[in-house]
Every structure is written in structure tokens, then in C-alpha cells.
Design a protein around this ligand. Structure first.
Ligand code: CTP
Length: 417
């Protein structure tokens, strides 16, 4: 069986040198890669580099191979197109439907998912023309990643860096895996807020009480929401996995920090998912110096943490859709449903995802087994990869929020007026 084909569009920015590495990362994900480079991109990186790494001749001139109408053939064959880096100039051309080079012409024909990874100077990224172009492209179903923050071309620092190449490759894999000709854009225009990971409560300056949550399920929910068009914020505690490019990341490592960060952001979210394993107890007065091994027994007094999910539901905007998880060690489906139902009622959520946990399943593993419990339904999902489950959970949320009338759309882009 042939491998899926990813077209890598490269436009003329300094980050074009990273596109060479992106070819490698896409090949690691078992894709065939065809590079389509603009003339300006080839001023930064030579054609030979792209051709040698991809194993395919670079397409850069719309007049080459004109007897084959190459841009049409390629657009039809591609399983996904990723443009990295995408310059401000290129985004503007795309918005207006220009087709005066091989990459733009290919994109105008393409019906497959398209991922755009912009990279440019901070001022260009923040310019209202670029903001409006990005908003337009997102509305049309393009998956536009947020640039990373860090060093830019010269000595300047700020937002505008190309996201890490392995992160871009993961996003591409996710959109191809959905096996759909178009990007499912059913979360477009929605602000999604997700908590993930496991909080840690300090005992002294070097020790903590924590749990084994890795954040994999929350990150999978963030990645799939992003690929379905949402603007995603991840409030995360002690992740073992990296945050997908394009997701806004907020660190919150203790239960108190998580409460504060979630409260700050929940008001403007359309969907909130409390996936984090939040400590139920904390140490109100942790030692300021390392606890010494002087006594045979040690008693530590713990106090209950605030229940974030309950607090968010008490102050939630009327049409916000609120989701919690219920991590349970039971083996019985019936008991899992009944424990999830109790949490649905006591925490007043719209959906509780009952999550079977053991030392090998759920927590800190790639697989999970869940039952989704809402007011009217209990749907059991077979044990699967967390990315597959994340997509199924979004399918349920999208359907259920319409059914229960909890559709609240906030504008994804900031009001620039
Ligand atoms: N949760 C929360 N704040 C806490 C504890 C839990 O918001 N202090 C949230 C979790 O993120 C999850 C849901 O509540 O969405 C259920 O968490 P879980 O650990 O399963 O249950 P608890 O509420 O902690 O109750 P118990 O430990 O008694 O099962």
C-alpha cells in the first residue's frame, strides 16, 4: 500500500531552513513528501536540499510540467497540504485566491485538509491585516497554527517563530488520520478551554504529593479540537507530553494555580473540559526547609482543595458546555456509569467522561476506556488510543450541545476595532 502523500509548501521566510527538517519529521510519520516551494523560498534553501531529503524533485514553477497540469494532479493526489513557513505575504495571497505560482495554484484546487504554519516578525503577525487574513482563513476551514514565541531572525524576540517541526508533523498526522477529505470544521468559531495533567502539592521545597496523570488525554483533546477548527487553551499541570503547536499553553502546577487560571479564562470559553487530575488535598503550610529524617513517624496534615469543576459550573455562562472526567478504579461498567452520574449531578456538568483507571490503563498510558454520561445517555467506547477517544468525545459534545441548546459561539479573533 502506498504511503499517504503530504505536500509541503515552503514560502520565502528565514524559517524555510527548518522545512528541511520538517521533511524528515513527516517521513518519520510514514508520509511521502512532495515539496512545492516558491521562488523566494529557494533564495533561502537550495532546491537540492529539499529534493534529496524528500526523494522527489521540487516543484517551483507553474510552467514546468504544464502538459500534465501538475498543480491539479498534485492537489487531487495529496492527503494533506502543510505550508511551513507561511509568510504574511503568502497568507494575503491565499485570502484573495491568487494562483500565480505553483503553491497557490495547488491550494486553490485542493480539497484535502490544509495546515498553515505562519512564521514572521511579531509586528507582521500582530498587524491587523494579518489578523484579519488569519481569521478569514480559519473561517474557511484552514488549520492555522499559532506561531511560537522566541528568537526571530536577528536579535529580536517575540511571537512569530515557526512551531517545532515535530509538533507540526503531529498535527499533520492527526488531520490525515481522520481519513476525511475536508477538515471537520465543526468546532470552528468556538473557544475551548481544557485542563490537563496532574497537580502537585508541595510538602517542602523539593517534595510534593502528586499523581501519575501524564496529560495525554487532555493533550489529545486539545489537538483534536484544534484540528476541528477551535481556538484552544490548555491549562496544564506537569505534562509528560508536549503541547501541540497552535494551542495556547498556560502552566498551572498546583490545585490552587489551576483554580486561578481556569477561573480567569472560563468566562470567555464556549466549552470547558476539566480533564486534569486535581489533588483533592493539599498541605496548607508546607515546610520552607527540607524535612529531615529525624523521627520514626511523620504525620502530615492535609486540607481539602477547592473543587474547580463545581466552582466553574456555579459561575458558568448560561450556554457554556461543561465537561468533567471521573477517574474510577472499578471493573464494573454499571458502577462506572453510576459513579459518573453522581458526579454529573453533584458537579452540575453537561457531560462526565467516566474514565477507567488502573496501573496500566487510563493514567499515564496511551490507551483509555471511557463511558460518556450525560443527562439522557450513557455511551460506552471501546478501549482505544487516546487520540481516537478524543475525536469520539468531540463528536458527542458537538451533537449534544446542539441537542441541549448549549451552543454559545464567541468570536475566535480579538476585536481589533
Ligand atoms: N476536579 C476538580 N477539582 C478538584 C478535584 C477534581 O475540578 N479539586 C474535577 C476533575 O478534573 C474531574 C472531576 O472533578 O473533571 C472528577 O474528578 P475525580 O478525581 O474523578 O473525582 P473527585 O471529584 O476528586 O472525587 P473522588 O476522588 O471522591 O472520586
Amino acid at each position: 500500500m502506498s504511503r499517504p502523500l503530504v505536500v509541503l509548501g515552503v514560502t520565502g521566510g528565514i524559517a524555510a531552513y527548518k522545512s528541511a527538517d520538517l521533511i524528515r519529521r513527516l517521513k518519520d510519520q510514514e508520509f511521502d513528501v512532495q515539496v512545492v516551494a516558491t521562488k523566494s523560498a529557494l533564495k533561502f534553501v537550495g532546491e537540492t536540499t529539499f529534493a534529496a531529503l524528500s526523494g522527489n524533485p521540487v516543484i517551483s514553477d507553474i510552467w514546468d510540467q504544464s502538459h500534465n497540469v501538475e498543480h491539479v494532479q498534485l492537489a487531487k493526489k495529496a492527503d494533506a497540504i502543510v505550508v511551513a513557513p507561511a509568510t504574511a505575504d503568502f497568507l494575503a495571497h491565499l485570502v484573495y485566491g491568487f494562483a500565480n505560482d505553483a503553491l497557490l495554484a495547488t491550494l486553490l484546487v485542493a480539497k484535502c485538509p490544509v495546515v498553515l504554519a505562519p512564521a514572521m516578525h511579531t509586528e507582521m503577525w500582530e498587524n491587523s491585516a494579518t489578523r484579519e487574513n488569519v481569521a478569514t482563513l480559519r473561517r474557511r476551514g484552514f488549520l492555522v497554527l499559532e506561531p511560537a514565541v522566541g528568537q526571530l531572525t536577528g536579535a529580536d524576540q517575540g511571537v512569530g517563530r515557526l512551531p517545532e517541526t515535530n509538533e507540526i508533523a503531529r498535527v499533520v498526522k492527526q488531520v490525515v488520520n481522520r481519513n476525511s477529505t475536508n477538515l471537520p470544521n465543526d468546532l470552528s468559531g468556538l473557544n475551548v478551554l481544557i485542563s490537563a495533567g496532574g497537580t502537585r502539592e508541595a510538602l517542602d521545597p523539593i517534595r510534593f504529593i502528586g499523581n501519575r496523570a501524564s496529560g495525554k488525554q487532555g493533550v489529545a483533546l486539545a489537538l483534536t479540537a484544534l484540528s476541528r477548527g477551535a481556538k484552544v487553551t490548555l491549562v496544564a499541570a506537569n505534562l509528560n507530553v508536549s503541547v501541540p503547536a497552535g494551542v495556547e499553553f498556560v502552566a498551572a502546577n498546583t490545585a490552587a494555580e489551576m483554580l486561578e487560571q481556569m477561573k480567569l479564562r472560563a468566562g470567555s470559553a464556549d466549552i470547558v473540559i476539566m480533564n486534569a487530575a486535581v489533588a483533592d488535598y493539599f498541605i496548607p503550610n508546607p515546610e520552607t526547609a527540607k524535612i529531615k529524617k529525624t523521627s520514626d513517624n511523620l504525620t502530615i496534615e492535609l486540607s481539602k482543595t477547592a473543587d474547580i469543576l463545581s466552582l466553574l459550573s456555579a459561575s458558568k455562562p448560561v450556554k457554556q458546555y461543561l465537561v468533567g472526567f471521573a477517574a474510577e478504579t472499578t471493573d464494573s461498567d454499571d458502577e462506572l456509569v453510576s459513579l459518573a452520574k453522581n458526579k454529573l449531578q453533584s458537579k452540575k456538568a453537561d457531560l462526565i467522561v467516566g474514565n477507567r483507571v488502573s496501573s496500566t490503563l487510563g493514567i499515564n498510558s496511551d490507551e483509555n476506556q471511557v463511558i460518556m454520561v450525560s443527562k439522557d445517555e450513557a455511551i460506552s467506547l471501546a478501549k482505544s488510543d487516546k487520540l481516537v477517544l478524543a475525536d469520539a468525545i468531540w463528536d458527542f459534545i458537538v451533537k449534544d450541545m446542539t441537542k441541549v441548546g448549549q451552543v454559545r459561539k464567541s468570536p475566535v479573533e480579538p476585536d481589533l476595532a
